[in-house]
Design a protein around this ligand. Structure first.
Ligand code: GLP
Length: 240
């Protein structure tokens, strides 16, 4: 596991964008696994800049997002589809038909999870998967639990995650209580993984990951089973 500790959020964003850009340059038709949350917003802004400057090209890129609230309409401004359009897809030369987010409006969530899993597998997994980390150690919406699920599935959100995400909604009661999420195996099928953590609130979860052991109480710790992981964090997340 490679660890890069940066001074500022800006530096974290630039370093992370560079890691993703390297994969895109080496493989113009790469599959990018993408994440939402406030942490990667700066990284997406950097990728937009690089695209506008002609440094990177999205024309042959395919994307697969980690997760989506369920149920939620893609037009809802809190949906992860909306987030991705707003932060990246609307500003780069990507073919929108090759951008994939689990469908939060699917009538049958379980069937949608199966479809999405089969789709990601048919692509051979992501060439690089971008991850944030929940303050309780969740990745995508794989929450700490006695057992974790390998494949894309419908899951309930913990109180802690609903509480953490309530800042984006009118109130905690408006946060959907379920989500569609890639499973641990779907995530680990990526050829390379970059996980980004900023702010002291992520210190406990990041420390658990960096300890090097594996526990279902911290899903991010499963990245210790993968042999190509880059951790990019700021000093606040690293030092607490
Ligand atoms: C959300 C997402 C995760 C994200 C995490 C952290 O619940 N499902 O993919 O990594 O929370 O979000 P933030 O970066 O806003 O702290």
């Amino acid at each position: 596991m490679e660890l890069i500790v940066c001074k500022t959020y800006e530096e974290v964003s630039q370093v992370s964008a560079k890691v993703v850009a390297e994969v895109m340059k080496a493989k113009p038709n790469a599959v990018l696994g993408l994440a939402t949350g406030s942490t990667p917003e700066g990284m997406y802004a950097e990728l937009v800049k690089m695209n506008k400057a002609g440094e990177i090209d999205f024309s042959d890129i395919t994307t697969v997002n980690l997760d989506e609230y369920y149920p939620i309409s893609p037009e809802n401004d809190q949906s992860y589809r909306y987030f991705m359009n707003k932060n990246l897809f609307d500003h780069v030369n990507i073919d929108k038909s090759r951008t994939n987010v689990p469908n939060g409006a699917a009538p049958d969530g379980e069937a949608e999870a199966k479809r999405y899993e089969a789709f990601v597998r048919s692509l051979g997994g992501a060439d690089i998967q971008v991850l944030g980390i929940g303050r309780n150690g969740h990745i995508a919406f794989n929450e700490p639990d006695e057992e974790l699920v390998p494949e894309t599935h419908v899951t309930g959100l913990t109180e802690d995650t609903i509480d953490a995400n309530a800042r984006f909604f009118a109130s905690a009661a408006d946060v959907p209580t379920k989500a569609l999420t890639m499973g641990m195996g779907t995530i680990l099928s990526a050829k390379k993984i970059i996980i980004i953590a900023t702010g002291a609130g992520k210190h406990a979860a990041l420390s658990q990951l960096l300890k090097g052991t594996v526990t279902t109480k911290c899903p991010a710790s499963f990245l210790n089973l993968h042999n190509n992981v880059v951790v990019v964090c700021d000093e606040a997340a690293y030092n607490g």
